[in-house]
Design a protein around this ligand. Structure first.
Ligand code: FE
Ligand code: FE
Ligand code: MG
Length: 170
């Protein structure tokens, strides 16, 4: 951590680094969950949903880059082994054992809601005390809110499709 960086920090840096490592682990798990889920996925609107899930995967990886860069700036050591991802992450990794599109979307939705809580927590912890981390947290938070919204929209569309099919059958 640079001298000025240390002088201007008004919070418990070790605690912050721990939170950031948890977030980093969650991003990697979210990346893989999206990435593998998109490939296994089957069901309606597959051709539309799959590329969006892969885009989200890439965006989660982008978040990991932002988080790891900040950990290093703060003088911390980022998670060094994948074994620690599941130990550090507070957001559960959900194996896509059911490849049906709705099941995959529900899993990703729970992940996004957990990510939203995570960056809300980091933003609150750093607000007015560490402007750089705060800015990073709110930038990522905006993406996670967008991800949640995208998935909610897909679920709404699938439900409408199911309703329409039901009406035709009656
Ligand atoms: Fe993310
Ligand atoms: Fe996300
Ligand atoms: Mg999106």
């Amino acid at each position: 951590m640079g001298r000025a960086a240390r002088e201007i920090s008004h919070l418990n840096v070790d605690e912050l680094i721990q939170m950031l490592n948890e977030a980093l682990s969650e991003e990697w798990l979210a990346y893989y969950q999206y990435w593998i889920g998109a490939r296994l996925m089957e069901g309606p609107m597959r051709s539309e949903i799959e590329p969006e899930l892969l885009l989200h995967a890439t965006e989660e990886l982008g978040h990991a880059v932002l988080v790891v860069d900040r950990i290093l700036q703060l003088g911390g050591t980022p998670v060094l082994t994948p074994e620690d991802w599941t130990k550090f992450a507070k957001c559960a990794y959900e194996s896509p054992t059911d490849p049906y599109v709705e099941a995959i979307l529900e899993q990703n939705l729970r992940g996004e809601r957990c990510a939203i809580e995570r960056y809300q927590q980091i933003a609150e912890f750093t607000y007015g005390k560490d402007h750089t981390t705060y800015q990073m947290a709110t930038t990522i938070l905006s993406d996670e809110l967008e991800h949640e919204h995208d998935i909610e929209d897909f679920i709404v569309d699938i439900n409408r499709l199911k309703d329409d099919i039901r009406k035709i059958r009656m």
